[in-house]
Design a protein around this ligand. Structure first.
Ligand SMILES: [Zn+2]
Length: 219
């Protein structure tokens, strides 16, 4: 038996990339504005307020009405004993740490306690990193790292970033050439999730090198 004729290891034909998805626009709650009236979207100002009253602390993230700029203070915590405040959170609040503020601003689940009506945005920046393999591949694996909640659908993300039509993606899925893990019903039409893995079998596609290059990005 000539081992030279064996198929090379499947791994060598796989390009594995990591995509870090960074949503660009923080969700906007729709709240009744007491100054201009009616429900208005409130925009995150990226500024916080910290108030001390004895050993009790209040912290808010400041939002502004899109129409009249009236403010809404989104509670981060209220009347909290300073001893019970996470030191990292306190340092972040005192230093107006943008990364920490961003995390609060994109916490859409936290916003839901104030309103069910929230404008959510799908625009995002995708940071690409090659984990292994080359664009000369028959198989493409994309690992998703999602830093914040996003309403961006998996098929829209793939279609935009790989320049492959959504109809073609649907066909890939129907033909068993596209797998989304963990599996979910209508997973392609759902919002992206942290830790998802997308596997595309490109062996029969003439433009597989182009698709792989878009997945890998400029390097
Ligand atoms: Zn207003």
């Amino acid at each position: 038996m000539d081992f030279q004729l064996e198929e090379p290891d499947d791994m060598s034909h796989t390009l594995t990339v990591q995509w870090t998805i960074e949503p660009q626009t923080a969700p906007r709650p729709l709240l009744a504005c007491s100054r201009c009236g009616g429900h208005r979207p409130f925009l995150c100002s990226d500024k916080t307020r910290l108030n001390a009253n004895g050993c009790r602390l209040d912290a808010w993230l400041i939002y502004r009405c899109a129409v009249c700029e009236d403010t809404w203070n989104r509670p981060i915590f209220e009347r909290r004993n300073v001893a019970n405040v996470d030191p990292d959170a306190l340092a972040a609040l005192q230093g107006n740490d943008p990364a920490w503020i961003r995390q609060v601003a994109f916490d859409i689940e936290g916003l839901r306690q104030y309103t069910d009506r929230i404008e959510d945005f799908a625009d995002c920046h995708v940071e690409r990193r090659v984990l292994s393999g080359t664009t000369d591949c028959a198989r493409l694996e994309i690992l998703l790292v999602a830093t914040g909640a996003s309403s961006l659908r998996v098929d829209r993300l793939l279609s935009t970033e790989l320049a492959v039509s959504r109809a073609r993606l649907t066909r890939f899925e129907a033909d068993g050439l596209l797998t989304l893990l963990p599996e979910a019903r209508k997973g392609l039409q759902r919002p992206i999730r942290h830790g998802s893995r997308i596997v595309l079998d490109l062996a029969a596609e003439d433009d597989r090198a182009e698709i792989a290059e878009r997945a890998r990005g400029a390097s």
